[in-house]
Each structure stands twice: as structure tokens, then as C-alpha cells.
Design a protein around this ligand. Structure first.
Ligand SMILES: [Zn+2]
Ligand SMILES: [Zn+2]
Length: 151
């Protein structure tokens, strides 16, 4: 976990302008699913738990789009727990709460110190994109890896 205080840069991006191509858990395991596509893009696969149920959720990799696919049934308004499918590290273990509904947030990590945080409550679309190093890196990241033909 990040213990040192770092400058955090929050970036506001146009909805659906970014497609996440490479997301990992905190331990560096890729969360990208090569088989499951959402609108033609590789989905982000995370392991979800709700009560006794456990299954994968395939997250829409287009930032700001929520055409996610769920293997388990979770009522709207309920919260899930998310884990890395490879090492089962909790994705929510960083103590951040949703600005909108106060549910815990989960985080997935992007190359070069980027991070996407989003709400664990089904139906809440709160999410944000952060870069923990510098704006320069953020810009580089956006140019190199993310902005593609979505514009
Ligand atoms: Zn992992
Ligand atoms: Zn929320």
C-alpha cells in the first residue's frame, strides 16, 4: 500500500474518451480478460462476493461506461466485495468512501501510477481517475495508452 504522502492529481476526462487497456490488482496481476469482450473491448474481470455468492464481474473498460456483465445476482443498491481473481487480494482495501453514497470504493491500478477508483454499490456510478505521480506522467499516459479512436 502507499504509505508515503504523494501528490495526487485528479483528472477530469470526457465520458467515454478513455478505454482502459491494462489494469492490475495492487500485486500487479492483470485483470484484463482476453475472452470476454464488451462492445468489442477486452473486459476487466474481477471476482465479486455478495453474501454466499461468488462470481466474476466483467467491467466495461470504457471509462464512464457501465455496460458491466455480472455472473452473480446482486440487487440494486447493495454493495459487493471485489477481489483479484488471481491472488484474491481485496480490491477495496484502501479505506476510501464514495463521495455520493459513502459505500467503500475499490481501486484498480493502471500503468505508470494511474488508478481508477469506483463505488462498490450496485447502481452507483461514482468513479474517478487519479494519477499519483505528476501531471506530466498523467498526460503521457493518456496520450500513449488511453486516448485512441474513442474520440
Ligand atoms: Zn492479484
Ligand atoms: Zn457510491
Amino acid at each position: 500500500m502507499h504509505s508515503k504522502k504523494k501528490e495526487i492529481v485528479e483528472i477530469t476526462v470526457p465520458t467515454k474518451a478513455i478505454r482502459i487497456k491494462n489494469a492490475t490488482c495492487v500485486n500487479g496481476h492483470s485483470l484484463m480478460d482476453k475472452k470476454v469482450l464488451i462492445n468489442g473491448n477486452q473486459a476487466i474481470a474481477v471476482l465479486a462476493k455478495y453474501g454466499d455468492e461468488e462470481g466474476l464481474i466483467y467491467l466495461d473498460p470504457v471509462y464512464g461506461s457501465f455496460e458491466n456483465m455480472w455472473e452473480i445476482t446482486v440487487p440494486k443498491g447493495e454493495c459487493v466485495e471485489l477481489f483479484c481473481p488471481t491472488c484474491r487480494v481485496p480490491l477495496s482495501e484502501h479505506g476510501q468512501l464514495c463521495d455520493d453514497c459513502l459505500a467503500p470504493l475499490f481501486a484498480i491500478y493502471l500503468p505508470h501510477g494511474g488508478m481508477v477508483e469506483a463505488c462498490l454499490r450496485n447502481g452507483c456510478h461514482f468513479h474517478k481517475l487519479q494519477f499519483t505521480d505528476s501531471e506530466e506522467i498523467g498526460q503521457k499516459l493518456l496520450e500513449e495508452h488511453y486516448f485512441d479512436d474513442m474520440f
